[in-house]
Design a protein around this ligand. Structure first.
Ligand SMILES: [Zn+2]
Length: 427
């Protein structure tokens, strides 16, 4: 007898499809996690259907820099710069966190991400945060997870990261990434060991880079060169390296990053919040042909996980910085938030085309986005999270009718209890 494969089709009708490559009115047919057809008037009988008349469909957002468990620590320690914020509040609270806390923080962070149209998150945190993979499976969200916990001994640090990655491999929706915290906080041998491992095993490598001016002074004092030059000199930069921030850079450093094809992540809201000063020279990166993506950074230094806001700030800050209203082109900004992020992580996503992953968000323009005018302008400057109508990840609905489909309210209550205890220092 012939084995008949059961088809599970999802059909989205009559939407306006918008990605960084253009816009069309069409239907989208999805099967087994992929877009299998995009055209007008698809008549195939589907198991599940969505009427997207009057709505806009975009590729799901890819948040390229986050620390998901930090949702536990948000809305506290307001008004501090990065060093004070880390040493006085964040590090002591993190020392009190256990695996269950980090799981709850990841769970809530990922649920919030879905409600914001984010289908993929690149998140780095401590070794005990490996249950983020479980949260990704439960909520049906894509997660690239890594452990950057620094240790004195390089072998020990690598071992801890490998143990973390081994656990991550056990989850359907999670993928392991290698990470170091930064060049100012990690020993040279440790940085090299992890990057070499990543190279040999084709893993992405995630690291904070040149976030503050203080790091530049530290680098010149200790290495006699600037952070990006130092990173290049010890072999950290290549096409699989993801540099979070990279805002305090010279033209020469931008040239190095572009030449090495490393990926930069602009986190404008976190930078403003922690008063890092200056503005990421996104425009110069663009001119140099560098690979640009966007991120929110952790929810404790933002204080939300919101890529629509991130897109808007990314564009506005370039206009402001260069006194030029034509910069921060919204179509390009949408590309950074979707296609470029997906490509940086090795995902065939971020484009609404046959053969791509079915990771997308349906947006209801309501009253705040109309008249739509230039649809990219409307998406980047007028759209907010209340417009997110439905979110599909891997071909399955993860968010609809204002709710995360698989959300467990009990976990939200536990999260609040634990957040209280961690901040007050009672545990
Ligand atoms: Zn960060």
């Amino acid at each position: 007898m012939k084995n008949v494969k059961v088809k599970c089709l999802l059909l989205i009708k009559n939407g306006t499809l918008v990605d960084a490559f253009g816009t069309i009115r069409a239907d989208i047919l999805i099967e087994n996690g992929h877009i299998i057809d995009v055209k007008k008037g698809i008549s195939e009988k589907a198991d599940e259907g969505i009427d997207a008349s009057g709505k806009i469909i975009v590729p799901g957002f890819v948040n390229m820099h986050n620390h998901l468990p930090m949702s536990l620590l948000r809305n506290n320690a307001e008004g501090k710069t990065l060093g004070k914020w880390l040493n006085e509040d964040i590090f002591p609270a993190e020392r009190r966190m256990d695996e269950e806390d980090m799981y709850l923080g990841s769970y809530i962070g990922m649920a919030e991400s879905l409600s914001a149209g984010i289908t993929t998150t690149n998140s780095v945190y401590l070794e005990k945060s490996h249950l983020g993979g479980k949260a990704a499976d439960e909520l049906n969200a894509r997660a690239f997870l890594s452990c950057d916990e620094p240790k004195e001994d390089g072998e020990e640090e690598l071992k801890s990261a490998l143990k973390f990655n081994e656990r991550i491999r056990g989850y359907r929706m999670a993928r392991p990434v290698m990470a170091s915290h930064s060049v100012y906080s990690c020993k040279k041998e440790n940085l090299i060991l992890k990057k070499e491992y990543a190279k040999q095993n084709s893993l992405r490598y995630h690291i904070h880079m040149s976030e503050t001016r203080k790091e530049i002074f530290h680098s010149i004092r200790n290495f006699r060169m600037r952070p990006v030059e130092y990173a290049e000199s010890i072999g950290l930069l290549d096409k699989n390296t993801i540099l979070a921030h990279a805002g305090w850079v010279t033209k020469r450093e931008i040239g190095i990053i572009a030449k090495k094809k490393s990926v930069v992540v602009n986190n404008p809201v976190s930078n403003l919040k922690l008063a890092t000063g200056g503005i990421m020279p996104l425009e110069q990166y663009r001119e140099a042909g560098a690979r640009i993506t966007l991120g929110t950074d952790g929810p404790a230094s933002n204080n939300s996980i919101n890529m629509l806001e991130t897109m808007k700030f990314s564009s506005l800050m370039q206009k402001h910085r260069y006194w030029n209203a034509s910069l921060g082109n919204p179509k390009e900004i949408l590309g950074y938030a979707t296609y470029e992020g997906a490509k940086a992580l090795g995902l065939k996503a971020g484009k609404l085309e046959k053969g791509y992953l079915a990771d997308l968000a349906i947006i209801d323009p309501k009253i705040n986005m109309v008249p739509l005018g230039d649809i990219y302008t409307s998406l980047v400057f007028s759209c907010n999270n209340s417009n997110i109508d439905t979110v599909i990840v891997d071909g399955k609905i993860s968010f609809e009718n204002g709710k995360v489909r698989n959300f467990d309210g009990k976990k939200a209550r536990m999260f609040l209890e634990r957040a209280d205890a961690l901040i007050s220092g009672s545990s």
